[in-house]
Ligand binder design. Structure first.
Ligand code: HEM
Length: 283
């Protein structure tokens, strides 16, 4: 989805969809995923207990049951399959790519990794698993994770939106219905908002006393009404994955840290980190 070819297709889909080529593959992949979800929905239906929902699919099925007399209800099987697919899609690659980028930055900056180890040892220690309440006591780890997300720049152009009415913006009229891309990249790298916008530097999120410093320009999840639905979940996952991994392990590169190249493998719809090898050494 992030290759130059996909972006080209995205721009000219109305014509290119009539031609054969690699761009048609994504529809086959999505159809396979939808078929997998349809199977799962069927299994949930067969074992559903209205009084004990087990997951999102069960909750949706229960709502479908409640609204079954309403012909205009949005709670139907098609929407169940597509919403589950959407959550699956939006919730997996995003967090895993951020983790992959994060591990790479930590190998390139061993001094940052060492400070994270130190804070984890002080606050959590080695005798219990990290939990989300620890985050408020760990400004350095929190700052590193923010910096990983800022520099990873996962969805640089955001997803397409469209204006719902004629809109004036900086002296230009954008007519109703125009597709717009509210760029996140320029905000995340804004030199007016970050002291080292183009470097990987957790100090971007720390004050002079080492306390976590919020920054309004931190918006990898976008903002406004359509802000990422999974923001809280993603932030919890990132904290728990990073701390749990670093509590037990040291990430060691196979090359000299200064030779690590962090240039993305692709940068289109999403920023895809380069492939790399690492050693995970028990501490
Ligand atoms: C590092 C992790 C993630 C990043 C950087 C991220 C980023 C984004 C961005 C930029 C958008 C577009 C917002 C807009 O339209 O302005 C979005 C939308 C969305 N995200 Fe995430 N996301 C992440 C993780 C997740 C997770 C874990 C889930 C769910 C389990 C999720 C579910 C969604 C959904 C459902 C939408 C569409 C919301 C809507 O249109 O109302 N995301 N995300």
């Amino acid at each position: 989805m992030s290759t130059a070819w996909s972006q080209f297709y995205d721009m000219y889909a109305s014509i290119l969809k009539y031609f054969p080529g690699p761009h048609t593959k994504i529809y086959d992949i999505l159809e396979d995923m939808r078929a997998y979800i349809a199977k799962r929905v069927k299994k949930n239906k067969e074992t559903l207990d209205l009084n004990a929902p087990r997951d999102f699919i069960d909750c949706f099925l229960i709502q479908m049951e409640k609204e079954k007399g309403n012909p205009s209800s949005e709670f139907n099987t098609k929407n169940l399959e597509l919403t589950t697919l959407n959550l699956f899609f939006a919730g997996t690659e995003t967090v895993s790519s951020t983790l992959r980028y994060g591990f790479l930055f930590l190998m390139k900056h061993p001094e940052v990794q060492a400070k994270m180890h130190q804070e984890i040892d002080q606050v959590i220690g080695q005798n219990r698993a990290p939990n989300i309440e620890d985050r408020s006591q760990m400004p350095y780890v929190d700052a590193v994770i923010h910096e990983v997300q800022r520099v990873s720049d996962l969805i640089p152009m955001n997803v397409a939106h469209s204006v719902m009415r004629d809109t004036e913006f900086r002296g230009y009229i954008i007519p109703k219905g125009t597709e717009i891309y509210p760029l996140l990249h320029t905000v995340l790298f804004d030199p007016m908002k970050f002291k080292s916008p183009f470097a990987f530097n957790p100090e971007n999120f720390l004050d002079e006393n080492g306390r976590f410093k919020k920054n309004d320009a931190f918006m990898p999840f976008s903002s406004g009404k359509r802000v990422c639905l999974g923001e809280t979940l993603a932030r919890m996952e990132l904290f728990l994955f990073f701390t749990t991994t670093l509590q037990r392990f040291r990430l060691k590169p196979l090359v000299d840290p200064k030779d690590i190249d962090t240039t993305p493998q692709e940068s289109g719809f999403a920023t895809i980190p380069p492939f790399y090898k690492l050693c995970i050494v028990p501490r």
